[in-house]
Design a protein around this ligand. Structure first.
Ligand code: ZN
Length: 438
Protein backbone atom coordinates (compact mmCIF):
# COMPACT_ATOMS: atom_id res chain seq x y z
CA UNK A 1 0.00 0.00 0.00
CA UNK A 2 1.28 3.41 -0.99
CA UNK A 3 1.05 5.04 2.43
CA UNK A 4 3.07 2.33 4.07
CA UNK A 5 4.56 3.48 7.33
CA UNK A 6 4.16 7.18 6.55
CA UNK A 7 5.43 9.39 9.37
CA UNK A 8 3.41 12.43 8.25
CA UNK A 9 1.17 12.44 11.31
CA UNK A 10 3.89 11.51 13.77
CA UNK A 11 5.84 13.87 15.99
CA UNK A 12 7.66 16.45 13.87
CA UNK A 13 5.85 15.40 10.65
CA UNK A 14 3.96 17.81 8.40
CA UNK A 15 0.55 16.42 9.36
CA UNK A 16 -1.81 13.77 8.06
CA UNK A 17 -5.38 14.30 6.94
CA UNK A 18 -7.84 11.41 6.82
CA UNK A 19 -10.36 12.84 4.42
CA UNK A 20 -14.10 12.21 3.99
CA UNK A 21 -14.65 9.22 6.25
CA UNK A 22 -17.29 8.36 8.83
CA UNK A 23 -16.02 9.49 12.22
CA UNK A 24 -17.27 7.36 15.11
CA UNK A 25 -16.21 8.32 18.65
CA UNK A 26 -18.16 6.87 21.60
CA UNK A 27 -16.24 9.11 24.02
CA UNK A 28 -17.68 12.30 22.50
CA UNK A 29 -20.75 10.46 21.13
CA UNK A 30 -19.99 11.70 17.64
CA UNK A 31 -21.01 9.70 14.57
CA UNK A 32 -20.67 11.94 11.55
CA UNK A 33 -19.13 12.31 8.10
CA UNK A 34 -15.91 14.30 8.15
CA UNK A 35 -12.12 14.51 8.27
CA UNK A 36 -9.56 13.89 10.97
CA UNK A 37 -6.37 15.93 11.04
CA UNK A 38 -3.44 14.38 12.86
CA UNK A 39 -0.35 16.35 13.82
CA UNK A 40 2.60 15.67 16.10
CA UNK A 41 1.14 12.34 17.13
CA UNK A 42 -2.10 13.89 18.36
CA UNK A 43 -5.61 14.46 17.06
CA UNK A 44 -5.48 18.10 15.88
CA UNK A 45 -9.00 18.54 14.51
CA UNK A 46 -12.07 16.52 13.56
CA UNK A 47 -15.06 17.44 11.42
CA UNK A 48 -14.83 19.60 8.32
CA UNK A 49 -11.12 20.45 8.24
CA UNK A 50 -10.62 23.56 6.06
CA UNK A 51 -7.26 24.77 7.29
CA UNK A 52 -4.98 22.04 5.93
CA UNK A 53 -1.31 22.50 6.88
CA UNK A 54 1.29 22.82 4.13
CA UNK A 55 2.81 19.53 2.88
CA UNK A 56 0.11 17.68 4.79
CA UNK A 57 -0.24 14.07 3.66
CA UNK A 58 -3.85 13.48 2.57
CA UNK A 59 -5.52 10.06 2.45
CA UNK A 60 -9.02 9.74 1.06
CA UNK A 61 -10.97 7.40 3.33
CA UNK A 62 -14.33 7.76 1.61
CA UNK A 63 -16.63 4.85 2.56
CA UNK A 64 -14.46 3.97 5.54
CA UNK A 65 -14.86 4.42 9.28
CA UNK A 66 -12.38 6.44 11.32
CA UNK A 67 -12.50 5.20 14.90
CA UNK A 68 -10.30 5.38 18.00
CA UNK A 69 -7.67 2.63 17.83
CA UNK A 70 -9.12 -0.73 18.80
CA UNK A 71 -7.81 -2.20 22.06
CA UNK A 72 -7.84 -5.92 22.79
CA UNK A 73 -7.62 -6.29 26.54
CA UNK A 74 -6.99 -10.05 26.58
CA UNK A 75 -4.29 -11.69 24.45
CA UNK A 76 -1.53 -14.24 24.92
CA UNK A 77 1.66 -13.16 23.14
CA UNK A 78 3.67 -16.20 24.39
CA UNK A 79 6.93 -14.27 24.73
CA UNK A 80 8.99 -14.86 26.83
CA UNK A 81 9.29 -18.62 26.68
CA UNK A 82 7.01 -20.00 23.99
CA UNK A 83 8.24 -18.16 20.92
CA UNK A 84 7.43 -21.15 18.72
CA UNK A 85 3.73 -20.24 19.15
CA UNK A 86 3.96 -16.45 18.91
CA UNK A 87 6.32 -13.59 19.64
CA UNK A 88 5.72 -10.00 20.61
CA UNK A 89 6.66 -9.14 17.03
CA UNK A 90 4.31 -11.62 15.32
CA UNK A 91 1.51 -11.12 17.84
CA UNK A 92 1.51 -7.34 17.51
CA UNK A 93 1.75 -7.69 13.72
CA UNK A 94 -1.43 -9.80 13.89
CA UNK A 95 -2.96 -7.17 16.17
CA UNK A 96 -2.14 -4.31 13.81
CA UNK A 97 -3.41 -6.27 10.81
CA UNK A 98 -6.63 -6.94 12.71
CA UNK A 99 -7.09 -3.23 13.46
CA UNK A 100 -5.78 -3.16 17.04
CA UNK A 101 -3.49 -0.33 18.06
CA UNK A 102 -3.00 -1.87 21.50
CA UNK A 103 -3.27 -5.19 23.30
CA UNK A 104 -3.06 -6.24 26.94
CA UNK A 105 -1.02 -9.43 27.30
CA UNK A 106 -1.64 -12.08 29.92
CA UNK A 107 1.12 -13.17 32.30
CA UNK A 108 1.14 -16.95 31.75
CA UNK A 109 4.44 -16.85 29.87
CA UNK A 110 7.69 -18.63 30.83
CA UNK A 111 8.77 -17.15 33.11
CA UNK A 112 5.44 -15.91 34.39
CA UNK A 113 5.14 -12.12 34.36
CA UNK A 114 5.24 -11.86 38.14
CA UNK A 115 8.22 -9.51 38.42
CA UNK A 116 9.10 -6.04 37.19
CA UNK A 117 12.03 -7.61 35.25
CA UNK A 118 9.64 -9.58 33.07
CA UNK A 119 7.23 -6.65 32.73
CA UNK A 120 10.11 -4.46 31.56
CA UNK A 121 11.36 -7.18 29.21
CA UNK A 122 7.93 -7.25 27.51
CA UNK A 123 7.91 -3.46 27.16
CA UNK A 124 11.50 -3.42 25.82
CA UNK A 125 10.71 -6.11 23.25
CA UNK A 126 7.66 -4.09 22.24
CA UNK A 127 9.68 -0.93 21.62
CA UNK A 128 12.21 -2.94 19.60
CA UNK A 129 9.89 -5.10 17.52
CA UNK A 130 6.25 -4.21 18.23
CA UNK A 131 3.67 -3.17 15.64
CA UNK A 132 1.13 -2.17 18.29
CA UNK A 133 1.18 -0.99 21.87
CA UNK A 134 1.44 -3.68 24.51
CA UNK A 135 0.06 -3.28 28.02
CA UNK A 136 1.41 -6.06 30.25
CA UNK A 137 -0.92 -7.70 32.74
CA UNK A 138 1.10 -9.07 35.67
CA UNK A 139 0.12 -12.11 37.67
CA UNK A 140 -1.84 -11.91 40.91
CA UNK A 141 0.23 -14.64 42.54
CA UNK A 142 3.86 -15.64 42.18
CA UNK A 143 4.35 -18.23 39.48
CA UNK A 144 0.55 -18.43 39.09
CA UNK A 145 0.72 -20.77 42.07
CA UNK A 146 -2.30 -19.20 43.74
CA UNK A 147 -0.55 -18.62 47.06
CA UNK A 148 1.68 -15.58 47.51
CA UNK A 149 0.73 -12.19 46.03
CA UNK A 150 3.10 -10.40 43.66
CA UNK A 151 4.33 -6.88 44.38
CA UNK A 152 1.50 -4.86 42.89
CA UNK A 153 3.05 -1.43 43.55
CA UNK A 154 6.40 -2.29 41.98
CA UNK A 155 4.73 -3.95 38.99
CA UNK A 156 2.42 -0.98 38.41
CA UNK A 157 5.38 1.40 38.57
CA UNK A 158 7.13 -0.65 35.93
CA UNK A 159 4.28 -0.66 33.47
CA UNK A 160 1.81 -3.38 34.45
CA UNK A 161 -1.79 -2.23 33.88
CA UNK A 162 -3.72 -4.95 35.74
CA UNK A 163 -3.36 -8.28 37.54
CA UNK A 164 -4.60 -11.72 36.58
CA UNK A 165 -3.69 -15.39 36.97
CA UNK A 166 -5.47 -15.97 33.64
CA UNK A 167 -5.28 -19.50 32.37
CA UNK A 168 -5.86 -20.56 35.95
CA UNK A 169 -8.37 -19.47 38.56
CA UNK A 170 -7.23 -18.15 41.94
CA UNK A 171 -8.41 -21.28 43.71
CA UNK A 172 -8.34 -20.04 47.28
CA UNK A 173 -11.08 -17.51 48.05
CA UNK A 174 -8.96 -16.13 50.89
CA UNK A 175 -6.12 -15.36 48.48
CA UNK A 176 -8.58 -13.66 46.13
CA UNK A 177 -9.82 -11.55 49.03
CA UNK A 178 -6.26 -10.55 49.90
CA UNK A 179 -5.59 -9.67 46.24
CA UNK A 180 -8.72 -7.53 45.96
CA UNK A 181 -7.97 -5.84 49.27
CA UNK A 182 -4.38 -5.13 48.27
CA UNK A 183 -5.44 -3.92 44.79
CA UNK A 184 -7.79 -1.36 46.34
CA UNK A 185 -4.79 0.52 47.79
CA UNK A 186 -3.63 1.20 44.21
CA UNK A 187 -7.09 1.34 42.62
CA UNK A 188 -5.65 -1.52 40.57
CA UNK A 189 -7.69 -3.89 38.44
CA UNK A 190 -7.99 -7.60 39.17
CA UNK A 191 -8.99 -9.71 36.16
CA UNK A 192 -10.64 -12.97 37.10
CA UNK A 193 -10.31 -16.18 35.10
CA UNK A 194 -13.47 -17.52 36.66
CA UNK A 195 -13.50 -21.26 36.98
CA UNK A 196 -14.22 -23.72 39.77
CA UNK A 197 -11.53 -26.36 39.09
CA UNK A 198 -13.25 -29.15 41.02
CA UNK A 199 -16.16 -28.89 38.60
CA UNK A 200 -13.97 -28.70 35.49
CA UNK A 201 -12.11 -31.84 36.56
CA UNK A 202 -10.76 -32.92 33.20
CA UNK A 203 -13.68 -31.63 31.14
CA UNK A 204 -12.83 -30.73 27.55
CA UNK A 205 -15.99 -29.13 26.15
CA UNK A 206 -19.37 -27.78 27.30
CA UNK A 207 -21.37 -30.30 29.32
CA UNK A 208 -24.60 -31.09 27.50
CA UNK A 209 -26.16 -33.13 24.74
CA UNK A 210 -23.25 -32.62 22.35
CA UNK A 211 -20.63 -33.78 24.87
CA UNK A 212 -22.78 -36.83 25.60
CA UNK A 213 -23.14 -37.62 21.89
CA UNK A 214 -19.40 -37.22 21.29
CA UNK A 215 -18.49 -39.15 24.42
CA UNK A 216 -16.37 -36.27 25.73
CA UNK A 217 -16.19 -35.15 29.36
CA UNK A 218 -18.10 -31.92 29.84
CA UNK A 219 -17.54 -28.69 31.76
CA UNK A 220 -20.82 -27.47 33.29
CA UNK A 221 -21.83 -23.81 33.04
CA UNK A 222 -21.89 -23.86 36.85
CA UNK A 223 -18.08 -24.16 36.93
CA UNK A 224 -17.86 -20.61 35.57
CA UNK A 225 -20.90 -19.20 37.35
CA UNK A 226 -19.86 -20.30 40.85
CA UNK A 227 -16.49 -18.61 40.39
CA UNK A 228 -18.02 -15.37 39.07
CA UNK A 229 -20.50 -15.34 41.92
CA UNK A 230 -17.65 -15.86 44.40
CA UNK A 231 -15.44 -13.14 42.94
CA UNK A 232 -18.21 -10.55 42.60
CA UNK A 233 -19.20 -11.28 46.21
CA UNK A 234 -15.60 -10.73 47.35
CA UNK A 235 -15.34 -7.53 45.27
CA UNK A 236 -18.52 -6.37 46.96
CA UNK A 237 -16.99 -7.15 50.35
CA UNK A 238 -13.73 -5.30 49.64
CA UNK A 239 -15.09 -2.50 47.44
CA UNK A 240 -12.42 -3.21 44.82
CA UNK A 241 -12.50 -3.25 41.02
CA UNK A 242 -13.00 -6.63 39.41
CA UNK A 243 -13.01 -7.51 35.72
CA UNK A 244 -14.40 -10.88 34.64
CA UNK A 245 -12.59 -12.37 31.65
CA UNK A 246 -14.16 -14.35 28.80
CA UNK A 247 -17.79 -14.63 29.93
CA UNK A 248 -19.38 -17.61 28.17
CA UNK A 249 -22.71 -18.54 29.79
CA UNK A 250 -26.18 -17.05 30.16
CA UNK A 251 -25.98 -17.57 33.92
CA UNK A 252 -22.71 -15.62 34.10
CA UNK A 253 -24.27 -12.67 32.29
CA UNK A 254 -27.14 -12.71 34.79
CA UNK A 255 -24.83 -12.89 37.83
CA UNK A 256 -22.82 -9.91 36.54
CA UNK A 257 -26.01 -8.00 35.73
CA UNK A 258 -27.22 -8.46 39.31
CA UNK A 259 -23.83 -7.54 40.79
CA UNK A 260 -23.78 -4.34 38.76
CA UNK A 261 -27.31 -3.54 39.90
CA UNK A 262 -26.11 -3.85 43.53
CA UNK A 263 -23.30 -1.39 42.80
CA UNK A 264 -20.41 -3.86 42.74
CA UNK A 265 -17.46 -2.38 40.82
CA UNK A 266 -17.43 -5.16 38.25
CA UNK A 267 -16.83 -5.09 34.50
CA UNK A 268 -16.72 -7.98 32.06
CA UNK A 269 -15.63 -9.07 28.62
CA UNK A 270 -16.58 -11.76 26.16
CA UNK A 271 -14.77 -13.08 23.09
CA UNK A 272 -16.07 -13.11 19.50
CA UNK A 273 -16.25 -16.92 19.47
CA UNK A 274 -18.80 -16.88 22.30
CA UNK A 275 -21.21 -14.73 20.29
CA UNK A 276 -20.39 -16.32 16.91
CA UNK A 277 -20.24 -20.06 17.61
CA UNK A 278 -21.82 -22.72 19.79
CA UNK A 279 -20.76 -26.16 21.06
CA UNK A 280 -21.96 -27.55 17.72
CA UNK A 281 -18.62 -26.36 16.28
CA UNK A 282 -16.94 -29.17 18.22
CA UNK A 283 -18.74 -31.80 16.07
CA UNK A 284 -16.21 -33.95 14.24
CA UNK A 285 -13.87 -33.51 17.21
CA UNK A 286 -12.69 -30.18 15.83
CA UNK A 287 -9.79 -29.18 18.09
CA UNK A 288 -9.91 -25.65 16.62
CA UNK A 289 -13.19 -25.30 18.52
CA UNK A 290 -11.62 -26.31 21.83
CA UNK A 291 -11.09 -23.53 24.30
CA UNK A 292 -11.55 -22.70 27.97
CA UNK A 293 -14.20 -21.68 28.84
CA UNK A 294 -15.75 -23.89 26.17
CA UNK A 295 -18.19 -22.88 23.44
CA UNK A 296 -21.68 -23.14 24.92
CA UNK A 297 -25.27 -23.47 23.70
CA UNK A 298 -27.39 -21.25 21.47
CA UNK A 299 -29.22 -20.00 24.60
CA UNK A 300 -25.90 -18.91 26.07
CA UNK A 301 -24.81 -17.30 22.82
CA UNK A 302 -28.01 -15.26 22.69
CA UNK A 303 -27.61 -14.17 26.33
CA UNK A 304 -24.05 -12.98 25.58
CA UNK A 305 -25.37 -10.89 22.67
CA UNK A 306 -28.05 -9.47 24.99
CA UNK A 307 -25.34 -8.69 27.57
CA UNK A 308 -23.35 -6.78 24.95
CA UNK A 309 -26.49 -4.89 23.98
CA UNK A 310 -27.54 -3.84 27.47
CA UNK A 311 -24.04 -3.07 28.80
CA UNK A 312 -23.70 -6.01 31.19
CA UNK A 313 -20.78 -7.17 29.07
CA UNK A 314 -18.48 -4.16 28.73
CA UNK A 315 -15.86 -5.24 26.24
CA UNK A 316 -15.04 -7.55 23.36
CA UNK A 317 -11.62 -9.15 23.85
CA UNK A 318 -10.22 -12.02 21.84
CA UNK A 319 -8.36 -14.26 24.32
CA UNK A 320 -5.97 -14.71 21.35
CA UNK A 321 -4.28 -18.00 22.23
CA UNK A 322 -1.79 -19.23 19.63
CA UNK A 323 -0.76 -22.89 19.62
CA UNK A 324 1.45 -24.92 17.30
CA UNK A 325 0.16 -27.52 14.84
CA UNK A 326 1.31 -30.40 17.06
CA UNK A 327 -0.57 -29.02 20.05
CA UNK A 328 -3.81 -28.84 18.09
CA UNK A 329 -3.71 -31.58 15.48
CA UNK A 330 -4.05 -34.46 17.91
CA UNK A 331 -6.74 -36.32 19.84
CA UNK A 332 -9.46 -33.91 21.05
CA UNK A 333 -8.98 -34.62 24.74
CA UNK A 334 -5.23 -33.96 24.48
CA UNK A 335 -5.38 -30.80 22.34
CA UNK A 336 -4.51 -27.51 23.99
CA UNK A 337 -7.21 -24.96 24.76
CA UNK A 338 -7.60 -21.77 22.80
CA UNK A 339 -7.79 -20.16 19.37
CA UNK A 340 -6.20 -17.15 17.74
CA UNK A 341 -8.53 -14.18 17.43
CA UNK A 342 -6.78 -10.91 16.63
CA UNK A 343 -7.34 -11.07 12.88
CA UNK A 344 -10.99 -12.15 12.94
CA UNK A 345 -12.39 -10.15 15.88
CA UNK A 346 -13.34 -7.05 13.90
CA UNK A 347 -15.36 -8.74 11.11
CA UNK A 348 -17.10 -11.01 13.65
CA UNK A 349 -18.05 -7.96 15.72
CA UNK A 350 -19.19 -6.14 12.58
CA UNK A 351 -21.49 -9.11 12.01
CA UNK A 352 -23.32 -8.14 15.24
CA UNK A 353 -23.76 -4.67 13.76
CA UNK A 354 -25.08 -6.03 10.47
CA UNK A 355 -27.52 -8.26 12.36
CA UNK A 356 -28.84 -5.13 14.09
CA UNK A 357 -27.80 -6.31 17.56
CA UNK A 358 -25.47 -3.39 18.27
CA UNK A 359 -24.78 -0.05 16.60
CA UNK A 360 -21.42 0.92 15.08
CA UNK A 361 -21.01 3.25 18.08
CA UNK A 362 -21.63 0.32 20.47
CA UNK A 363 -19.05 -1.78 18.65
CA UNK A 364 -16.38 0.89 18.91
CA UNK A 365 -17.23 1.42 22.58
CA UNK A 366 -16.88 -2.34 23.25
CA UNK A 367 -13.61 -2.60 21.32
CA UNK A 368 -11.88 0.67 22.18
CA UNK A 369 -13.38 3.28 24.50
CA UNK A 370 -14.39 0.97 27.34
CA UNK A 371 -11.25 -1.23 27.27
CA UNK A 372 -9.18 2.00 27.48
CA UNK A 373 -11.16 3.21 30.46
CA UNK A 374 -11.15 -0.17 32.26
CA UNK A 375 -7.37 -0.45 31.84
CA UNK A 376 -6.82 3.24 32.57
CA UNK A 377 -4.73 3.77 29.44
CA UNK A 378 -4.65 6.47 26.77
CA UNK A 379 -6.78 6.08 23.67
CA UNK A 380 -10.41 5.22 23.12
CA UNK A 381 -11.31 8.65 21.75
CA UNK A 382 -10.79 10.97 18.78
CA UNK A 383 -11.22 14.17 20.76
CA UNK A 384 -8.76 16.99 20.08
CA UNK A 385 -5.37 16.59 21.78
CA UNK A 386 -5.92 12.86 22.34
CA UNK A 387 -3.17 10.50 21.28
CA UNK A 388 -3.49 9.76 17.54
CA UNK A 389 -4.16 6.03 17.86
CA UNK A 390 -6.71 5.45 15.10
CA UNK A 391 -8.18 2.52 13.22
CA UNK A 392 -9.50 3.01 9.69
CA UNK A 393 -12.06 0.32 8.83
CA UNK A 394 -13.52 -0.75 5.52
CA UNK A 395 -16.83 -2.20 6.79
CA UNK A 396 -17.83 -3.61 3.41
CA UNK A 397 -14.66 -5.37 2.26
CA UNK A 398 -15.25 -9.07 1.71
CA UNK A 399 -12.48 -11.55 2.28
CA UNK A 400 -11.96 -15.18 3.15
CA UNK A 401 -9.97 -16.38 6.16
CA UNK A 402 -7.05 -18.56 5.07
CA UNK A 403 -4.28 -20.29 6.95
CA UNK A 404 -1.62 -18.49 4.87
CA UNK A 405 -3.26 -15.11 5.39
CA UNK A 406 -2.56 -14.94 9.13
CA UNK A 407 0.16 -12.62 10.41
CA UNK A 408 0.10 -14.64 13.62
CA UNK A 409 2.73 -17.38 13.88
CA UNK A 410 -0.07 -19.86 14.59
CA UNK A 411 -3.23 -20.61 12.65
CA UNK A 412 -5.48 -22.35 15.17
CA UNK A 413 -8.71 -20.67 14.11
CA UNK A 414 -12.15 -22.24 13.66
CA UNK A 415 -12.89 -19.53 11.08
CA UNK A 416 -10.51 -20.74 8.36
CA UNK A 417 -12.46 -20.91 5.10
CA UNK A 418 -15.16 -18.57 6.38
CA UNK A 419 -16.19 -15.56 4.31
CA UNK A 420 -15.85 -12.35 6.31
CA UNK A 421 -17.06 -8.82 5.74
CA UNK A 422 -15.09 -5.85 7.06
CA UNK A 423 -11.40 -5.32 7.68
CA UNK A 424 -9.04 -2.72 9.04
CA UNK A 425 -7.45 -0.77 6.19
CA UNK A 426 -4.64 0.60 8.33
CA UNK A 427 -3.98 1.86 11.83
CA UNK A 428 -2.21 4.90 13.22
CA UNK A 429 -0.15 4.73 16.40
CA UNK A 430 1.04 8.08 17.71
CA UNK A 431 0.04 9.43 14.29
CA UNK A 432 2.34 7.02 12.46
CA UNK A 433 0.78 4.71 9.84
CA UNK A 434 1.14 0.97 10.33
CA UNK A 435 -0.13 -0.92 7.29
CA UNK A 436 0.44 -4.23 5.59
CA UNK A 437 0.08 -5.42 2.01
CA UNK A 438 -3.41 -6.73 1.46
ZN1 ZN B 1 -8.69 -17.23 30.97
Amino acid sequence: MEHKNSMAGAKGGPGLLLKSGRIIDPFTMIDTAGDVLVKDGKIAETGKVTDVPENCHIIDVHGKWIVPGLIDMHVHLREPGEEYKETIESGTRAAAAGGFTAVACMPNTRPVNDSSDTTRFILDRTSDAGFARVFPVASITRGLAGEELTEFGDLLENGAVAFSDDGLPVKDAGVMRLALDYARNFNALIISHSEEPELVAGGVMNEGVVSTRLGLKGIPAAAEQIAIFRDTAIAELTGSRLHVAHVSTAGSVEIIRQAKARGVRVTSETAPHYFSLTEEAVEGYNTFAKMNPPLRTETDRKAIVQGLKDGTVDAIATDHAPHSVLEKECEFALAMNGIIGLETSLPLSLELVRQGNISPMDMVRLMSTTPASILGVDGGTLQTEAVADITVIDPALEWVVTEEGFMSKSHNSPFIGKKMQGKATFILIDGRIVAFEA
